[in-house]
Design a protein around this ligand. Structure first.
Ligand SMILES: Nc1nc2c(ncn2[C@@H]2O[C@H](COP(=O)(O)OP(=O)(O)O)[C@@H](O)[C@H]2O)c(=O)[nH]1
Ligand SMILES: [Mg+2]
Length: 200
């Protein structure tokens, strides 16, 4: 059976950037994405990496309104293990006003309970040193932190120059659950790969 790896988190934390750049890191040249069409059915679309980046990474939140998945191969010894990396719609605290986004969020929640591995992404640059976790992040953490396949990816490490926010985050949640990464500069990807290899 193919293992499902779900990337989840608030909008704009870097989920899609991670999915594309992690695929690149694993040597994927073309991305075949399974995209849910507005009518509800799934269709495969093939992208070159740069093309995928342009089309799918957003400056404004909620560009990714459909759950999309990428098939990846993790090298295990001489064999490859296939995984399905699922990029999800961002989850927010409030009930969103747009029906399309509410539907996408419901899809994400559904996926959460069907995925063996959950990569919960938090943006270190949005994380306020003095504050607690956002409600939705706290809830995800409470629900899943005792599962072996759960990790927090603390993203945009490149913007946390003094590492202040990372230090604060590590004081709030178990340090061993955190991998600090930069989805943009592929920092921390080796650790993510090691974690996946242990859990597939
Ligand atoms: N500096 C920095 N920016 C990032 C990083 N990852 C993503 N971004 C930027 O954050 C914005 C949102 O990224 P996107 O992948 O669309 O986020 P998503 O909504 O969670 O899928 C884009 O402008 C990205 O270029 C990172 O590691 N470092
Ligand atoms: Mg996205």
């Amino acid at each position: 059976m193919m293992v499902s790896v779900l990337i989840v988190g608030q909008p704009n934390v870097g989920k899609t950037s991670f999915a594309i750049n992690f695929a690149n890191y694993l040597g994927v040249k073309k991305l075949k994405l399974l995209v849910r069409q507005p009518a509800g059915f799934m269709a495969t679309k093939t992208y070159q990496l740069e093309e995928a980046y342009e089309e799918l990474v957003a400056v404004e939140p909620h560009k990714t309104t459909e759950v999309q998945s990428i098939q990846l191969k993790l090298p295990i010894g001489k064999q490859d293990k296939k995984i399905r990396l699922i990029d999800s719609c961002g989850l927010v605290d409030e009930i969103h006003s747009k029906q399309k986004i509410r539907t996408a969020m419901a899809q994400t929640l559904n996926q959460l309970f069907q995925s063996q591995i959950i990569l919960h992404m938090i943006d270190l640059s949005q994380f306020d040193f003095f504050s607690q976790l956002k409600k939705i992040d706290q809830e995800l953490y409470n629900l899943f932190h005792q599962q072996p396949g759960y990790k927090i990816l603390a993203n945009k490490l490149d913007l946390d120059h003094q590492k202040n926010n990372l230090t604060k985050l590590e004081s709030l949640i178990e340090q061993k659950l955190i991998i600090a990464i930069s989805a943009l500069y592929q920092q921390g990807f080796t650790e993510v790969k090691t974690f996946l290899l242990k859990n597939v």
